[in-house]
Ligand binder design. Structure first.
Ligand code: ADQ
Length: 486
């Protein structure tokens, strides 16, 4: 089986969120189960910096290629590196003008950029990766690939043989643009049709991915169900229901080798279940780095993520005034919507002894937070899978979540009477529910140390490694090969 994964983000070449972790890790776990696996992504500006930072190789594979169908007849070149500590090739598609922004999602005409990229991928595959059997695309940015395949290249000797799998990491982002994009992208006008890419008078790239991919999956079982409902479907629930037979939910894993508190070189003190004193030392280091008073008895509650409504940031901001009355400290790391960033910074100025607000992207600081906090909050409005809660548990930090999507599939409600479970959670999306769960957790932390320590052990005993999920991907790849939709 020869597989090519295509993504806009791949860790460590370019990372904004969880998509990069998944595409940067999954191939490592599939490598020994398939004949060949490679990854393709855009050569974003940040990639050059990260290649140097991580000491990765870079060689030019080809240049002066032009996309077959796209109306932008700009040449592109392809460079090759590999995923760290593996021989898995990653091909980087380079065009000076289209992938030049500092932030990878900053380019003003994203429809031009992503459609150009999608057609370049297929041009490169046809020229250089002719034995490809499956293209595994991720999210709306790469969703035109199956659309090109099933419409423009259905008679092509190489490309017509390829099956496609689409992973939806977040249905909230769909790539909706004006209909002119069809002719710019060199796609047939008949696709402006309710049974194809038309979506309330516009063109929806993700809808194209859903309709034209052979198999679709999302990143947890619960989210796969939720997106078929009006509440979570973002107006694509009907289309997803049509594809219900080909829709799977496969929980993401995390890289247990890279994210291991016993060996992680990015944290000051390594620890394990038998040596939790070192977790406390990380807590003191975290307090120092966060400019908070150093005191191991004050519970530290953290949040890491994109500061957007999806992550329940509105709930957090609603209760900050109340939380600061308690004997706790809060550390927030993230970037996102300006209005929330500014609001959080205002609170930080009001309560500098209690709140540490860090508006930046910093992978090493994130590791210190996972290792040094006591509790990790993720009160998401919706959460396809969520990786933060898994990293937190791996580092003995107790998740407090809203039971939705992957959070419902990974966090088990803790009970002090049976000493079972791994965290705390609530169902109805409200700030008072979040507050109640935080208060419950603080109560256990302060009043019942035995119970809290058991909770830490339970969380650290969970297994979210990729092995099982990689087998499930193998299964859907086989199905995709068997089931080509024409
Ligand atoms: N400021 C910052 N500094 C350092 N690190 C930061 C950071 N902000 C975020 N991160 C890191 O980015 C990742 C976020 O991953 P998540 O899965 O929690 O959310 P995201 O919404 O991006 O992903 C989407 O895709 C993934 C993958 O499928 C799904 O799990 C998820 O539900 C879906 O919303 C984590 O590794 C986190 O540590």
């Amino acid at each position: 089986m020869n597989i090519v994964l295509v993504s806009y983000e791949v860790d460590p070449f370019a990372k904004v969120g969880g998509l990069a972790d998944v595409v940067g890790t999954l191939p490592k776990f599939l490598k020994d189960k398939v004949d060949k696996i490679s990854v393709i992504m855009p050569f974003h500006k940040i990639v050059e910096e990260n290649i140097q930072k991580y000491g990765l190789p870079l060689e030019k594979v080809t240049e002066n290629l032009y996309p077959f169908s796209h109306s932008f007849k700009y040449p592109f070149s392809v460079f090759k590196s590999h995923l760290p500590e593996t021989d898995i090739p990653i091909y980087l598609i380079k065009n000076e003008n289209l992938f030049s922004t500092k932030d990878i999602y900053e380019y003003p005409n994203k429809d031009h950029q992503t459609s150009y990229f999608s057609d370049c991928v297929l041009t490169f595959v046809k020229n250089n990766l002719t034995d490809t059997e499956i293209i595994h695309i991720n999210d709306w940015q790469t969703s035109l690939i199956p659309v090109y395949l099933k419409n423009n290249y259905r008679d092509d000797k190489v490309l017509s043989k390829i099956s496609t799998v689409l992973t939806i990491h977040n249905l909230g982002y769909q790539g909706i643009f004006s209909p002119e994009i069809l002719s710019i992208a060199g796609l047939p006008g008949y696709l402006y049709n309710i049974d194809a890419l038309e979506f309330f008078g516009q063109i929806n790239f993700l809808k194209g991915g859903i309709l034209f991919s052979d198999i679709i999956n999302t990143v947890s079982k619960t989210y796969a169900e939720e997106i078929q409902t009006d509440e979570y479907g973002y107006k694509l629930d009907g289309v997803l229901k049509v594809r219900n037979d080909d829709l799977y939910g496969i929980l993401n894993g995390i890289d247990y080798n890279q994210f291991d508190p016993e060996t992680d070189k990015t944290i000051p003190y390594n620890f394990n279940k038998e040596n939790l004193e070192n977790k406390t030392k990380n807590k003191l280091a975290l307090q120092e780095k966060s400019n908070l008073p150093k005191n191991e008895n004050i519970p530290v509650i953290s949040f890491i993520g994109r500061i957007v409504e999806q992550k329940g940031i509105d709930l957090i901001s609603e209760i900050l005034d109340y939380l600061t009355l308690l004997d706790i400290q809060i550390v927030i790391l993230g970037t996102g919507e300006k209005r929330y960033e500014e609001l959080l910074l205002k609170y930080r100025d009001k309560y500098p002894e209690k709140l540490s607000i860090n508006i930046k992207f910093d992978k090493n600081f994130a590791q210190l937070i996972y290792a040094g906090s006591d509790m990790f909050i993720m009160p998401s409005k919706y959460e396809p899978c969520g990786l933060g809660q898994m990293y937190a548990m791996r580092y003995g930090t107790i998740p407090i979540v809203r039971y939705t999507g992957g959070l419902a599939d990974t966090v088990k409600e803790f009970s002090c009477s049976t000493y079972s479970g791994t965290g705390f959670g609530f169902y109805e999306y409200s700030s008072s529910n979040l507050l109640i769960e935080i208060l419950k957790a603080i109560h256990v932390y302060k009043r019942n140390k035995n119970c809290w320590n058991k909770l830490i052990i339970n969380a650290m005993n969970e297994d979210f490694s990729w092995d099982k999920s990689a087998d499930e991907y193998l299964h859907i790849y086989k199905r995709a090969l068997a089931k080509k939709r024409f």
